[in-house]
Design a protein around this ligand. Structure first.
Ligand code: HEC
Ligand code: HEC
Ligand code: HEC
Ligand code: HEC
Length: 166
């Protein structure tokens, strides 16, 4: 084909297929260049990902403590009591935030204490589509603007209404 056409007077470099070829080669070449520059050195060290990310993750500071070994060691009563209440399914750090630092050095850092209506409401305010069977829900104006914990202490929500520790 080529020779035929060349013979017939059309120079190869003037044919559309040649220009397409040049564009294709340029695209491939720039792709290879960009890849060369942008793929990190450690890519592929262990598999189809950046090898350095393994040590980067390992270097990250641990934020959450293991509750059953750390919180329980010092806050033993609280830890055991909450397990007898309706809040038994919740972890301490769900409400008190990541507390590994505090567990290692109680004086050096304090966990957060959240007692606002909004905070309790993140789980308990009525939301369409949230199954009532999973978490009991109340209206936004359930008992006015009084803080929930005045009636439902977080560590034993029913204790003030004759619910024992519950
Ligand atoms: C090595 C002992 C120790 C460990 C482990 C420990 N705490 Fe504490 N924590 C303390 C001491 C001491 C205090 C200050 C006295 C107090 O309020 O009981 C305290 C206070 C707190 C407070 C109140 C902070 C404030 O502002 O009054 C919270 C909340 C708390 N700890 C949560 C936790 C949680 C959650 C864990 C597990 C991740 C934990 N603690 C692990 C010793 C410990
Ligand atoms: C449902 C959320 C919630 C959970 C779960 C929870 N706490 Fe609390 N915690 C609170 C609130 C709110 C306060 C503030 C007391 C108040 O205003 O009633 C508090 C107070 C505290 C205090 C300060 C002392 C006090 O009683 O005022 C400590 C210590 C504490 N919590 C430890 C723990 C530990 C340890 C766990 C896990 C065994 C835990 N909490 C689980 C919400 C929670
Ligand atoms: C992370 C979600 C979560 C947060 C935050 C939370 N709760 Fe709960 N609460 C639950 C779950 C789960 C239950 C057990 C299932 C149920 O009974 O709704 C529960 C149970 C309760 C109950 C008992 C409901 C019943 O049927 O007996 C009360 C009251 C309550 N919580 C009040 C509070 C208060 C007050 C706060 C804020 C200090 C709070 N909760 C924060 C998840 C949460
Ligand atoms: C003035 C006291 C008071 C305050 C403040 C209060 N509650 Fe209650 N709550 C009650 C009483 C009493 C009941 C039981 C009767 C009822 O369902 O209204 C109840 C019921 C509940 C129930 C169970 C609902 C059910 O369907 O069984 C949940 C969950 C609850 N409250 C969460 C909260 C939350 C979250 C807040 C804050 C946003 C809060 N409460 C504020 C007194 C209070």
């Amino acid at each position: 084909m080529k020779t035929e056409k060349t013979k017939s007077g059309n120079k190869l470099s003037q044919q559309p297929i040649f220009r397409v070829g040049v564009v294709l080669v340029l695209v491939l070449a720039s792709f290879a260049l960009v890849q060369q520059i942008s793929v990190p050195e450690s890519f592929g060290q262990y598999g189809y990902y950046r090898g350095d990310s393994v040590s980067e993750w390992a270097d990250m500071e641990v934020a959450f403590a293991d509750e059953s070994t750390s919180c329980a060691a010092c806050h033993t009563d609280r830890f055991n009591n909450i397990k007898t209440t309706t809040h038994k399914g919740l972890n301490c750090q769900t409400c008190h935030g990541p507390a590994e630092k505090h567990a290692k050095d109680p004086g050096g850092s304090k966990p957060t204490i959240e007692a606002s209506r909004e905070f309790c409401g993140t789980c308990h305010f009525q939301v369409q589509g949230r199954p009532e069977t999973a978490v009991k829900q109340v209206n936004l104006d359930h008992n006015g603007q009084v803080n929930c914990v005045q009636c439902h202490p977080a560590h034993a929500p029913w204790s003030k209404f004759g619910g024992g520790t519950k």
